[in-house]
Design a protein around this ligand. Structure first.
Ligand SMILES: [Zn+2]
Length: 289
């Protein structure tokens, strides 16, 4: 499990860095709030309106965000624009403040240097979050990666420890376990669970691409396609035959053909070279003998 532990270590370290930055943010929020309260109290700020100059006179309470409320001037006689100017806003917000654009923000009570540091925190956190995701993604044994089996999964016929191969299938089974299908250089398929493998390379090498010495190249036009099969017309075949359906699972260069057929097919189809196992080519009558 050495590899997984290393990934876990990386993730823990990143999480630690993110936490430290978040703590720094909290720290700035706290000192700003304390400073705001001191500022407000030292200037004898109006507690009736919290330095806003208005009070809520009526609210249906039906609407949770307070947007249907009525407002009036502050009822405190000694509260004037001048005293409010002196005290500033009390460092607390209500739902009404959001509607009236009188929200206090912690950066109102930070020094320039503190503000600079504070505003630099969020972008750093985002970069670290992205790194965290990248590490997580790179550790995921998705299609095309080279992986090694490092533990035997409990399923019957599970791949043996030490098997190395290219992932050709990655997905959830009916029981919610993430399964991985691996093909080795000899073309043997192995199955195991996501937890039982470790990623060796983000992209398996060419030696894991299956070469089929024995294959029949069918030059044809693909006239229809579905998730399961394509319908091909061979040169000279009558338009009225409707073509032949060939399942994707039998097409040796399926990935390549899929790429060629991306998007909508034209009415008279698209030319393609479809590699077939000779037995199928024989069965379909493309290959004699
Ligand atoms: Zn007031």
């Amino acid at each position: 499990m050495a590899k997984n532990e290393e990934i876990q270590k990386q993730l823990d370290a990143l999480r630690g860095e993110i936490r430290a930055l978040r703590d720094r943010e909290d720290h700035f929020r706290e000192i700003a709030k304390d400073r705001g309260i001191q500022r407000f109290e030292a200037a004898n700020g109006c507690t009736t309106c919290r330095g806003r100059g208005w009070v809520v006179t009526w609210d249906t309470m039906d609407i949770l965000d307070g947007s249907a409320a009525d407002y009036g001037d502050c009822s405190n006689k000694s509260c004037t624009p001048e005293t409010r100017q002196a005290s500033g806003l009390h460092p607390s917000n209500t739902r009404y403040d959001h509607n009236r654009y009188t929200t206090w923000a912690h950066f109102h009570d930070l020094t320039e240097a503190e503000k600079d540091e504070h505003f630099a925190l969020q972008p750093q956190i985002e970069i670290l979050n992205k790194k965290y995701n990248d590490v997580e993604m790179s550790a995921r044994p998705t299609k095309g990666k080279l992986v090694e089996v490092i533990a035997k999964s409990r399923a019957r016929n599970a791949a043996a420890v030490g098997v190395v191969g290219k992932v050709f299938w990655y997905g959830c089974n009916d029981w919610g376990t993430i399964k991985v299908g691996i093909m080795d250089t000899d073309g043997n398929k192995h199955w195991t669970s996501e937890k039982s493998v470790t990623v060796l390379k983000q992209q398996a090498g060419k030696e894991y691409d299956q070469t089929y010495e024995d294959q029949y190249p069918l030059l044809c036009k693909v006239v229809r396609k579905s998730n399961k099969a394509i319908c091909v017309m061979t040169p000279g075949a009558s338009k009225f035959t409707g073509g032949e359906w060939i399942p994707w699972s039998q097409i040796l260069n399926a990935d390549q053909v899929r790429k060629q057929l991306e998007g909508k097919l034209l009415k008279d189809g698209r030319a393609a070279t479809v590699m077939l196992p000779p037995w199928l080519a024989r069965k379909k009558g493309y290959l004699r003998g």
